[in-house]
Design a protein around this ligand. Structure first.
Ligand code: 4AD
Ligand code: MG
Length: 475
């Protein structure tokens, strides 16, 4: 049985075996307390070794980090803090850990733990984060399954840059120094493994659209890769994205789906990760104590999560948002680092002003200028904007990006020409606009940004087991 299950039993002096990693051992003259954790829950189980119950030799090997199996009887605990404990009759030591084990029972900085990513799972905070991450992933599949969507596996290796931003990692079997060349000196990719230039995907959307044009409602949930040199607390080079794509949806339907989906998965975590979220909330409260009063958050983590679930997201156009920003105090006082004006790509300072200061709730911005958005977005009648939507969250900024798609073949071809994409490479994508085209929409949710929001963590490197960022692929 896992510790989570054992902690729920009523103690009747029954025999139990608990296996886990030692968090602490406290010894007194004639009694020793061992706290064990097996990751099934944030709670430890206490094993009690009564005078002479276990031989000295074995007891010596039991230090923080060691892995042991305790056989004993389950009794009501005399101490406070736990309902039950195990009185040890015998202990098997699976693996010892000496004093160089880095996760000693004291406070470690998150920076330190990032350098020990292979062992940080064994701390309370990372145990909590990865259990919450799991619950959110499960909730994603549950939401879409319950709503008639099909999970579509789109390829990781691709020849197309869906977002057109040119931030791709090359996939090749060529030796870097001896790649075959064309006459003009460029690399001859026709001789490469796939017979063409290929990369890791930045998005499953384009293939997702092909699926939606037959299955109607699909979603992807997979790793995506971006070779953008952004060393921020919100960017990873490898991150997971959920991309639903739905035939017959227009922008409004797309917004409704995004809002209902995000609220569902957050509520799922609140309902299923109570202990972990309370732990993370207390961690934040501790952290807040060291901040000046005016920088402390007005809401606890759980209040913030309920607030998002219970309130409707504010919806407005990009143009309306620019007007608000132009009239805002920081713009008037020239406090924004980047100047505001129609046509700019909103910076995170602008997004955060709208969400955290002006509306004080999640915001969905729509109808962005076409020049700052990808080629596939449906063009508005005004010829200037497209049916884009970004969902902005407090403390995070953009958590979702999506749009209604251009379903008109001619308009799409014109746009592809304008942005300089070779239509030859996208013939298969363009075919959906030639054969039974239909209005359709979709979006991408950055999974780690969601986990960041729900756990209240502040660095995206702490919510994925092994972060990939510029100059960092150690583990
Ligand atoms: O806005 P993006 O680039 O949109 C797309 O990729 C579309 N193809 C989605 C679609 O319509 N199907 O990315 C979507 C989301 C962002 O809103 C953000 O949450 C996340 O992916 N994201 C990142 N997360 C972590 N690290 C990065 N470098 C990210 N880039 C985007
Ligand atoms: Mg985006």
């Amino acid at each position: 049985m896992q510790i989570k299950e054992i902690l729920q039993l009523s103690p009747e002096s029954q025999n139990v075996v608990v296996k886990g990693w030692v968090r602490t051992k406290r010894g007194q003259a004639n009694i020793v307390f061992i706290n064990l954790n097996d990751g099934s829950t944030i709670k430890n189980i206490q094993a009690v070794v009564e005078d002479g119950g276990i031989d000295e030799e074995t007891l010596k090997k039991i230090t923080t980090g060691a892995c042991i199996a305790v056989s004993g009887i389950l009794v009501a605990s005399a101490g406070s803090g736990q309902a039950v404990e195990v009185v040890a009759k015998s202990i098997e030591v699976y693996g010892t850990a000496d004093e160089t084990f880095p996760m000693q029972p004291k406070k470690h900085s998150l920076e330190f733990l990032r350098e020990k990513a292979h062992l940080r799972f064994r701390t309370n905070v990372f145990g909590a984060i990865f259990r919450v991450r799991h619950a959110l992933a499960f909730a994603v599949h549950k939401y879409y399954n319950d709503n008639g969507f099909f999970y579509l596996h789109t390829p990781i290796v691709t020849a197309s840059d869906a977002e057109g931003a040119g931030e791709m990692f090359r996939v090749s079997t060529f030796e870097p120094n001896s790649a075959p060349k064309n006459e003009d000196g460029t690399v001859d990719f026709s001789q490469d493994f796939f017979g063409r230039e290929t990369s890791l995907t930045v998005s499953g959307q384009l293939e997702g659209e092909l699926g939606a044009m037959a299955l109607s409602k699909i979603y992807t949930f997979g790793p995506t890769f971006r070779a953008e040199n952004s060393n921020t607390t919100r960017h990873l080079a490898e991150f997971w994205m959920i991309e639903p794509e739905v035939a017959f949806y227009e922008l409004e339907d797309n917004m409704n789906l995004a809002e209902s989906f995000v609220k569902y998965v957050i509520q799922y975590a609140v309902d299923n990760c109570k202990d972990d979220l309370e732990f993370l909330q207390n961690r934040l409260l501790e952290e807040e104590k060291s901040k000046p009063q005016n920088e402390r958050s007005e809401q606890t983590l759980l209040e913030k999560l309920s607030f998002v679930v219970e309130n409707s997201f504010e919806r407005l156009t990009y143009t309306e948002a620019i007007e608000i920003l132009l009239k805002s105090k920081p713009a008037q006082k020239k406090q924004f680092q980047y100047e505001v004006g129609w046509g700019i790509d909103l910076q995170s300072e602008h997004e955060r002003y709208l969400v955290e200061k002006h509306f004080k709730k999640p915001v969905i911005l729509t109808n962005y200028p076409k020049d700052i958005k990808a080629f596939y977005m449906k063009q508005d009648e005004d010829g200037k904007t497209v049916r884009a939507m970004d969902v902005l969250f407090p403390g995070i900024g953009e958590i979702i990006g999506g749009s209604q798609r251009e379903d008109n073949y001619e308009k799409l071809m014109t746009r592809i020409g304008e942005v300089g994409i070779d239509p030859e490479n996208l013939w298969w994508y363009l075919d959906t606009r030639r054969f039974g085209s239909a209005p359709h929409s979709g979006f991408g949710l950055g999974f780690e940004r969601l986990v960041l929001f729900v756990t209240g963590m502040s660095n995206i490197r702490d919510v994925i087991p092994f972060p990939r960022t510029p100059k960092n692929a150690e583990f």
